[in-house]
Design a protein around this ligand. Structure first.
Ligand code: KIV
Length: 280
């Protein structure tokens, strides 16, 4: 049986100056593909809400949905470190509940770590989960669960004061024991400062080229989601177009009677068929 990458492996990549890859997956087929490609970390992200469930906000998914999807991804993942994204309201109100919910990602869903977004009591909660021996990934900059408080979905840390805060949050999270940190939608100069100051790996999304690694939402890079497309998304292929072509082809063949043909049908041997007709 193959083994999953570990937190130590991810951190060693930073020490060795090797870039780290991370992508999202929320189900068996996509997690199988992402894992087979050799991606270092797979995030069962709460972006599930937008790209799979068609909801408007990541705040609309909870533990039920996240655990259900993390279990599906877990069945596929062989070599990547699997991270469960803690959903809105699963860790903010009560730190004991936060630890219990983090443990569910590990024990029930088979994840190797959890991720949680920055919020005002983030340090206390992070410390408690880390002390429970659960590896935690931090997330600063644009934090979608609290985007409204940040003035909406826009680049964070563009002025010196707000940039200083993001740098401080990142340092504080490292001190509380996170093994890595996502930097979302911040100027690349700020990401470079954070990456240079921290010993743990930074994983950027809309944070430029200086981060130790990069993450994207897989549905975005495959062209499977077009409701909105932030500047930082690079679409590497267009699965929507090829899928649409395949689906239309199926409809055409069914309508004209060319599918299924004998290659895709079962048959009975002629003797048995004759018996059936005689016996009725
Ligand atoms: O939910 C998610 O997909 C994320 C990544 C964009 C980092 O949090």
């Amino acid at each position: 049986m193959s083994e999953r990458k570990t937190v130590d492996y991810i951190q060693k990549k930073k020490e060795e100056g090797r870039k780290i890859t991370m992508l999202t997956a929320y189900d068996y087929p996509l997690a199988s593909l992402v894992d087979a490609a050799g991606v270092d970390m797979i995030l069962v992200g709460d972006s599930l809400a937008n790209v799979v469930l068609g909801l408007d906000s990541t705040t609309e998914v909870g533990m039920v949905e996240m655990i259900h999807h993390a279990k599906a991804a877990n069945r596929a993942v062989k070599q990547a470190l699997l991270i469960g994204d803690m959903p809105f309201e699963s860790y903010q109100s009560d730190s004991d509940r936060a630890v219990d919910n983090a443990r569910r990602f590990i024990d029930e869903a088979g994840c190797n770590a959890v991720k949680l977004e920055w919020f005002d009591r983030c340090l206390e909660v992070t410390e408690k989960i880390v002390k429970a021996d659960i590896p935690v990934m931090g997330h600063v900059g644009l934090t979608p669960q609290t985007a409204e408080q940040l003035g909406g979905f826009k680049v964070q840390g563009k002025d010196a004061d707000s940039a200083r805060k993001i740098i401080e949050y990142s340092r504080a999270l490292q001190e509380r024991g996170v093994f890595s940190i996502v930097l979302e939608c911040i100027p690349s100069q700020i990401a470079a400062i954070i990456t240079g100051q921290l010993t743990i790996p930074t994983i950027g999304i809309g944070a430029g080229e200086h981060c130790d690694g990069q993450v994207l939402v897989t549905h975005d890079l495959l062209g499977l989601f077009d409701r909105f497309k932030p500047k930082f998304v690079k679409q590497y292929t267009d699965l929507s177009a090829s899928s649409l072509e395949g689906i239309k082809h199926f409809c055409k063949e069914v309508e004209e009677g060319t599918f299924p043909d004998h290659l895709h049908s079962y048959s009975m041997n002629s003797g048995e068929l004759a018996n059936l007709k005689v016996g009725k």
